[in-house]
Design a protein. Structure first.
Length: 441
């Protein structure tokens, strides 16, 4: 297994912004070419069946009828009509998806989606994530966080540590945790029960540090000088709060793999069903089918993953209904590892209909590195770690392998393929070659 990238504090990006964070939310919609867009934060990706149905209702009545999954385990509603913001807020508020309107954009929390289900983790971090969400919504200071600031809880399997979180908490043993700020050179060891409070205090300390230097920082990595001094300050705040912590060297955490589609085995039999949404989009019918399976065969819960998938706890067999509906339930699906931004016609900045091109270039099965198609150089929603980067340009597509670890191990592969007039089979061959060559050279 590869390890998470090491310390990079010296490369902190200075903040030079002259405006506030415009990251969309549920109460602050974003104007797109296909209508307004709402981003609904789902802390740790956990939804009850009732909440999932509220999203389904909003997508059907107010949006384009589909639910778009994000790389942080959230849901985006697109194609929203003008003037629907109040009704959308009412629908989601009634379902408990807006516990605090002032905090709705800062509830960015991811957690190991199989934690507590398959017996693999050091501890169940899902309760830690829920407690942090409660603490966030009770903190006046936390309203100052950017909508991009991210908390991650890893149960020890390593699936969260490479997601680029600002505050990463990893379980160590059954009673301990290590807290890392950004890519930081040091970390803090705390008791697991104190981890949610420690994560909040770290975020509040970050806000104070950014204010002291009069910098408009949105992420930990943007603090001039990095996060080492901030880690010491957080330790001081924890001590004042009665929480014991110890400074420890930056951990070389092993990066774990995301869950594959299919039945997830647990200590006493099937623990859950893992599925993927092709290109991260589920139609209203597909979403409704997932909810039905969760209610009828599981415990009524859905867990959205940062890999645009869904975990259905307690579901022991995929059956045929989900696959027949177009939902990926097999680990050998050609959709595995394939992603794309919204592209044309939904985004005015996109230079291509990347979703159609990605579908046309789909290979026979999963192979090598993930591949992500972007309609422009912004690469919205791209994955973390190493991936094959397919970016539309004015002349065609540019292909490269991105990711710090991969460049260190293998160098970089670059190429360019013209979009106009190329048969889908040739397009697929070029992308497949980049995905497989990249992992073998």
């Amino acid at each position: 297994m590869p390890t998470a990238p090491g310390p990079r504090d010296a490369g902190a990006i200075p903040a030079t912004r002259d405006r506030g964070d415009s990251c969309p939310g549920t109460l602050r919609l974003h104007a797109a070419d296909d209508g307004a867009l709402a981003r609904v934060r789902i802390p740790a990706g956990v939804l009850t069946a009732g909440q999932a149905l509220a999203l389904w209702d909003a997508a059907q009545r107010l949006g384009d009828g589909s639910l778009h999954l994000t790389s942080r385990g959230n849901v985006q509603l697109r194609g929203l009509g003008e003037g629907c913001d109040r009704e959308l807020a009412d629908v989601l508020g009634a379902a408990g998806l807006l516990p605090s309107p002032r905090h709705e954009r800062v509830r960015n929390i991811v957690a190991s989606p199989l934690s507590g289900l398959d017996g693999r983790g050091e501890a169940d971090v899902q309760p830690w994530a829920r407690e942090l969400d409660r603490l966030l919504c009770a903190s006046d200071a936390a309203t100052g966080l950017s909508g991009r600031f991210l908390f991650a809880f890893d149960d020890g399997r390593g699936d969260m540590v490479a997601l680029g979180a600002d505050v990463t908490v990893r379980a160590t043993g059954r009673v301990g945790a290590v807290l890392r700020l950004g890519p930081g050179g040091t970390a803090l060891s705390v008791r697991g029960e104190d981890a949610p409070r420690a994560a909040l205090l770290a975020a509040e300390a970050f806000l104070d540090a950014a204010r002291d230097i009069e910098a408009r920082c949105w992420r930990m990595s943007e603090l001039p000088g990095g996060s080492r001094e901030l880690t010491v300050e957080v330790a001081s705040r924890l001590r004042a709060d009665g929480i014991h912590s110890e400074l420890v060297p930056a951990p070389a955490w092993t990066v774990g793999d995301p869950p594959l589609p299919g039945v997830v085995a647990g200590p006493e039999g099937p623990a859950a069903l893992s599925v993927l949404a092709p290109l991260g989009v589920l139609t209203a019918a597909q979403w409704r089918q997932l909810v039905a399976v969760a209610e009828q065969n599981g415990n009524g819960e859905l867990r959205l993953t940062p890999w645009r998938g869904v975990i259905l706890p307690g579901v022991g067999a995929p059956g045929t209904a989900l696959a027949s509906a177009g939902i990926v339930t097999s680990p050998v699906s050609p959709w595995l590892g394939v992603g794309a931004c919204i592209g044309r016609p939904g985004c005015a900045k996109s230079l291509a209909d990347v979703r159609a091109d990605a579908a046309a270039a789909l290979g026979p099965g999963p192979s090598g590195l993930p591949v992500y198609w972007s309609g422009c150089e912004r690469r919205c929603g791209h994955p973390h770690g190493d991936w094959v980067d397919v970016v539309a340009t004015a002349d065609g597509y540019d292909i490269s392998v991105r990711g710090e670890m991969h460049r260190e191990m293998h160098g970089e592969i670059r190429g360019e393929m013209p979009r106009t007039g190329m048969p889908p089979s040739e397009l697929a061959a070029l992308v497949a070659a980049a995905r497989t060559t990249a992992v073998t050279r």
